[in-house]
Design a protein around this ligand. Sequence first.
Ligand code: HXC
Length: 510
Amino acid sequence: MTNILEQLEHRREEARQGGGQKRIDAQHAKGKLTARERVELLLDEGSFEEFDMFVAHRCTDFEMENQRPAGDGVVTGWGTINGRIVYVFSQDFTVFGGSLSETHAQKICKIMDMAVQNGAPVIGLNDSGGARIQEGVASLAGYAEVFQRNIMASGVVPQISVIMGPCAGGAVYSPAMTDFIFMVKESSYMFVTGPDVVKTVTNEQVTAEELGGASTHTKKSSVADGAFENDVEALTEVRRLVDYLPLNNREKPPVRPFFDAPDRVEKSLDTLVPQNANSPYDMKELITKVGDEGDFYEIQQDFAKNIITGFIRLEGQTVGVVANQPMVLAGCLDIDSSRKAARFVRFCDAFEIPILTFVDVPGFLPGTSQEYGGVIKHGAKLLFAYGEATVPKVTVITRKAYGGAYDVMASKHLRGDFNYAWPTAEIAVMGAKGAVEILHRSDLGNDAKIADHTKDYETRFANPFVAAEKGFIDEVIQPHSTRKRVARAFASLRNKKLTNPWKKHDNIPL
Ligand code: HXC
């Protein structure tokens, strides 16, 4: 009996060794942790329960029958993050380069099925050379099985991908269909075809880092949502993110203890908007001064900085924030910012996270590059996302809300529940200068007349009261009481029930 128990321990120990000490050392030498070390860091201490530790591949080509390491290159199971259950897979680069075989895929699919059935997030730690070359189409089939599950799980349980090594070829499409992608700087990359193929086909010379590193994907392509210095930081940030999210689409996000009075008055906000309407100010100051304890979890902070997206808490409850940033492109909406915010709004709506919108937007960015790039369709994504969202929506216009962008940014007309404006708000079809140049074209050149017209226009429209008279703005509020007003608004909406008409699914402009 003792012997059998010992044998089990021995087999376990062997499985934990993955591809052996030499390859573990090589992994460490690259500044990377092993699959198991990552799982340990991600989950609460001692909470990991492993599945399929002894699964081995079934391949008999290329003498693979002689190498059948237990676990087959991926560690799978479940555990907890701050006491809440998550399912996890972690690819083991020390075993066949973390490459995906039929059985490796089956292990991933098993925990994805359990996550959906049991209503808990899936976190994938990716570090893989892609399809297991020796297995051919069986491995491609394995990928497709994972893809199909990503699709079915989308909007049901949160899915988070962390790219912690290579991720190439079709393998990138599983992370691409998850809700959030984090990358580790300098040690991870994602691309459909690597530098060698790029060189052959397009004659471009590019390094793996330039083509698909963390910087590329968080600043240029927006494929990834966050870039972190090393494995430890990336995993710590996943833990922080999970804390904001519900476990599934039937549950509310967790309510955390808070030590910040919901009615805290923030006098400094009264002078946040500068006297000069064209001077910028930092919208992040407003976000951090409104949220509990100044905590803000930003998503995609390095991309389309003219819009800010992320999570705060109000009275301990998660709220998604979308805010124009006047410091970048004057806070204009454009292709990138519309796409970024639309995806964020849809995530929030899918997972019952209320949305707070801060508006200071002079309109859509004009220009041929925007029009040729399809700003009409991309802008419509954000419009569509806000309009279809049924979660509580609270909007605060701090300054400009011009033109179509006024409508788009969670206006009353898109079923905004509470639409507030600061006294500094200007809600109009366009700014005074542009309006006067169109309405009084014949007076152009006569500076005195133009100045009069401009003043007249500003008096009429550069304020929130025209909209307030029509009931499009529910209340003009003091900037210093924004936290209190917004917190009370969301508190009143906790039992909001709103459903859209039955449909198979909508046809959001993609
Ligand atoms: C089997 C693989 C493998 C793979 C790596 N290995 N990739 N084994 N299938 N796809 C093995 C290596 O043989 C080696 O084994 C070990 O993993 C480590 O690999 P190295 O090359 O020594 O490591 P490194 O120098 O760090 O390079 C890592 C790498 C490179 C860049 C990932 O291995 C590589 O280019 N691999 C092939 C990538 C690829 O083309 N994959 C298919 C993509 S197409 P030993 O025994 O020496 O330790 C694809 C289609 C998916 O994925 C389709 C989905 C629809």
